[in-house]
Write a protein that binds this ligand. Structure first.
Ligand code: 6PG
Length: 247
């Protein structure tokens, strides 16, 4: 499903309200709500909106478990850390128990961090592939998602839940969940905002080329693209010309 919003604020509000709805339903049905958080810049506003008092009080935070889809192997107080971004925007402002917050710790070494996080994920799924209730994702201008980059051998990995990744223009390493973990989620939500993403969104939705983000298909769940007008402007032009994208 593709949901188009006027701007980033509206998209972020929709994502926050979706989080609240899914959290309340999951806790009512199964007693807990497990989330795979995305890093990058786009989800920050969603996390901030979740921390706003009137919305914060709607979420049963004591039953919410926060995990990350990927992390840069830097200290958790490093401005590049995905955990730090979520902590400043959300975690410091809501009563989620610290034991329910499961950041990827890999500053001491990517391989050890990936192995440890794999064990963490296996532990919540009795050794199998965890089924997150909600997985937030972003998409890079090259079509990457989480830290699954174009051409990476990780794109075909099916026997591991977590792996060490690296981005061509970065000196640091990263740790990322693999495609099967994302695809096992009950609800996968791409959050995409801004004109800078218009070209990759057009290519992704029109299937114009392969890219990591196009490997994301829920095994038994739902896939939402929450986009703002800027991010779909090239798709809209396609539609106007009667070409391409399937909206
Ligand atoms: C990360 C994310 C990454 C991100 C995209 C989009 O750690 O950076 O996992 O996949 O979602 O690069 O990032 P923006 O939201 O900043 O555009």
């Amino acid at each position: 499903m593709i949901l188009i919003h006027p701007d980033r604020e509206a998209l972020s509000l929709a994502a926050a309200e979706l989080f609240v709805r899914e959290a309340c339903e999951a806790v009512a049905d199964r007693g807990r709500f497990t989330v795979l958080l995305s890093g990058g810049e786009t989800p920050r506003r969603t996390y901030e909106l979740l921390a706003e008092p009137h919305r914060r009080e709607e979420v049963p935070w004591d039953r919410v478990h926060l995990f990350w889809g990927d992390e840069r192997c830097v200290p958790h107080d490093d401005p590049r850390s995905n955990y730090r971004m979520a902590r400043l925007a959300l975690i410091d402002h809501v009563p989620v128990p610290p034991s329910n917050v499961h950041p990827i710790a890999c500053e001491g070494g990517a391989d050890a961090g990936a192995a440890w996080y794999e064990a963490e994920l296996r532990a919540i799924s009795h050794g199998g592939i965890p089924r997150f209730d909600l997985a937030f994702l972003g998409i890079g201008e090259d079509g990457h998602t989480a830290s699954l980059f174009p051409g990476s051998p990780l794109l075909g990995v099916t026997d591991r839940l977590v792996a060490v990744a690296s981005k061509a223009d970065e000196a640091i390493q990263r740790v990322t969940v693999t495609v099967p973990v994302i695809n096992q989620a009950a609800l996968i939500v791409f959050l995409v905002s801004g004109e800078g993403k218009a070209a990759i969104v057009r290519e992704a939705l029109a299937g114009m080329r392969e890219m990591p983000a196009r490997l994301i298909h829920p095994v038994d769940g739902r896939l939402f693209w929450l986009l703002d007008e800027e991010a779909v402007k090239l798709v809209e032009e396609d539609r106007i010309r009667g070409e391409g994208a399937k909206l």
